[in-house]
Design a protein around this ligand. Structure first.
Ligand code: UDP
Ligand code: MN
Length: 240
């Protein structure tokens, strides 16, 4: 059969959480042989999330772990690191083969990217749209090899790529038990990929030599959180 895809989605409680997970779930419903690891940044399991995952019919794993409190206070938080690491540890303990991919809950995915990452031998990379004001973050490919990166924020990173712009073979990951993601805002991807010890020359460019955008770093605007209001008055308006 097809190699399994282990898709780790970090998520956190807010009004947009179930809507975002619904979009991601309904994308993954079009992809065969997926284990969807939803890892929530919370001390407690959100009932609405657990219930939605159970109803979805997808092959899901639900985890929850809170971001260490020392990071909760700072303005620019290392968002999704603790929960991605929990997902990674689950993969280490439960997976033997296949491919790992980090899929944030608010991105947009063309399902063609899933069929291509499935055949990743070590580490594959591909463009991500709507990243920085340049509008795309992508490896630069020459004669089938990654020779550089185009990204609006290089910042001395060896691998200036977005979290949604790479996938890792599970056996390759299992051979690197020390690989991990740093709690360092902006450097999560670079730190993780460097910890895998991959050489730039070994990276497998996907999406037709990085000429197609099949994933976008969409961001959802903050909506009005549900407040305890008087729904009777709010919905009826005027009593005639
Ligand atoms: N996230 C999280 N905890 C937080 C904030 C975000 O787990 O406190 C998750 C979020 O659901 C998303 C990922 O981490 O899957 C990246 O967060 P976000 O989309 O807010 O960051 P951005 O894409 O704007 O960098
Ligand atoms: Mn996001």
């Amino acid at each position: 059969g097809l190699p399994p895809l282990y898709i780790i989605t970090p998520t956190y409680p807010r009004a947009e959480q179930v809507p975002e997970l619904t979009r991601t779930a309904q994308t993954l419903m079009n992809v065969p042989n997926v284990v969807w690891i939803v890892s929530e940044d919370s001390t407690v399991a959100s009932t609405s999330v657990v219930q939605y995952l159970n109803e979805s019919g997808l092959n899901t794993v639900y985890l929850h772990v809170q971001m260490p409190s020392r990071y909760k206070k700072v303005g620019n938080k290392p968002r999704g690191v603790a929960n991605r690491m929990a997902g990674l540890n689950w993969v280490r303990e439960n997976a033997k083969d296949g491919v790992l991919y980090f899929a944030d809950d608010d991105n947009t995915y063309d399902i063609r990217i899933f069929e291509q990452i499935r055949w990743t031998r070590k580490v594959s990379m591909f463009p991500v749209g709507l990243v920085t004001k340049l509008g795309v973050s992508t490896p630069i490919v020459k004669e089938g090899k990654v020779v550089g990166f185009y990204d609006g924020w290089i910042a001395k990173r060896t691998f200036p790529v977005d979290m949604a712009g790479f996938a890792v073979n599970v056996q390759y990951l299992l051979e690197r038990p020390l690989a991990s993601m740093p709690y360092k805002v902006g450097y999560e991807e670079d730190g993780f990929i460097k910890s895998l010890g991959i050489k730039a020359s070994e990276i497998e460019p996907l999406a037709f030599n990085c000429t197609k955008i099949w994933v976008w770093h969409t961001q959802t605007k903050k909506n009005e959180p549900a407040k305890p209001i008087n729904h009777t008055i709010a919905t009826l308006g005027t009593n005639l």
